[in-house]
Design a protein around this ligand. Structure first.
Ligand SMILES: [Zn+2]
Ligand SMILES: [Zn+2]
Length: 254
């Protein structure tokens, strides 16, 4: 079946003067400002730019097919991570998570990756680098994590929910390993029809997750090529890498 495409004119005109009831400094509202084709190495997408009324942050939806009025649309929420996504940092697995989501959705008829620009909104890139530096100087992850502890999760879900509503998505299958996320989105009015486990392909970049899992659950993995450092939790999901045992997947992740 040929790939469909978003009704650009309709979405743009609907969003031109959009402001939700009660939208203002305390009530975040986003609107679509532009839509363009985005061919990628993961498949053909359309990219939808959103602007919000609060701090002018520009969020992005990477959309496969015409998702408007769609049911059971596969959706992945991704939080911006400049160091991981763009630079290939090994301190986190954000890029692996993003690539796995785009690869999976790039093979579907319809789907969405919401790319949320939260790095610069919550604590910001600078504070993240500070937390990395604290770790380099021997601070433990808990202390270093304090520098990352200001993130306002609720607002992220509110923005994500609004973006899905702007795209007129009727129900979603959330790509996540975290069942709690379903409740959060539901709270903001998103209809969840299912959950798709988000499984990363194993590679040297996410091997440190396997190690963490292994240590927590008493399994041993050959780590001779391991290069990553202790992880600061950036994406909300616990990562699941293909090849993990059930026990490793269930092991508490810190
Ligand atoms: Zn709104
Ligand atoms: Zn990251």
């Amino acid at each position: 079946m040929a790939l469909t495409s978003l009704p650009i004119e309709t979405l743009l005109s609907e969003n031109e003067n959009h402001c939700c009831e009660g939208c203002g400094p305390d009530n975040i509202c986003v609107k679509i400002i532009s839509i363009a084709d985005l061919p990628t190495r993961f498949g053909d997408f359309q990219i939808v730019a959103f602007e919000n009324n609060k701090d002018g942050k520009e969020h992005i939806a990477i959309v496969r097919g015409d998702v408007t009025d769609g049911e059971d649309i596969p959706v992945r929420l991704h939080s911006e991570c400049l160091t991981g996504d763009a630079l290939g940092s090994l301190r986190c697995d954000c890029r692996d998570q993003l690539e796995a989501a785009l690869t999976a959705i790039g093979q579907e008829e319809k789907g969405i990756v919401l790319y949320l620009r939260q790095e610069g909104r919550g604590i910001g890139l600078g504070n993240k680098i500070r937390a990395y530096a604290l770790q380099d100087y021997g601070m433990d992850t808990v202390e270093a994590n304090l520098a990352l502890g200001f993130r306002d999760d609720e607002r992220d879900y509110a923005v994500a929910a609004h973006m899905l509503q702007s795209l007129k998505v009727q129900s979603v299958q959330l790509m996540t390993n975290n069942p709690r996320k379903l409740d959060e989105l539901t709270r903001y009015g998103v209809r969840i029809s299912g959950r798709i486990p988000h499984i990363l392909p194993p590679n040297p970049h996410n091997e440190f997750y396997l190690r963490t899992k292994a240590e927590k659950s008493g399994h041993l993995i050959d780590l001779k090529d391991f290069k990553g450092k202790v992880h600061l939790s950036e994406q909300h999901d616990r990562p699941v890498v293909k090849g993990m045992t059930e026990q490793q997947i269930k092991a508490p992740y810190e």
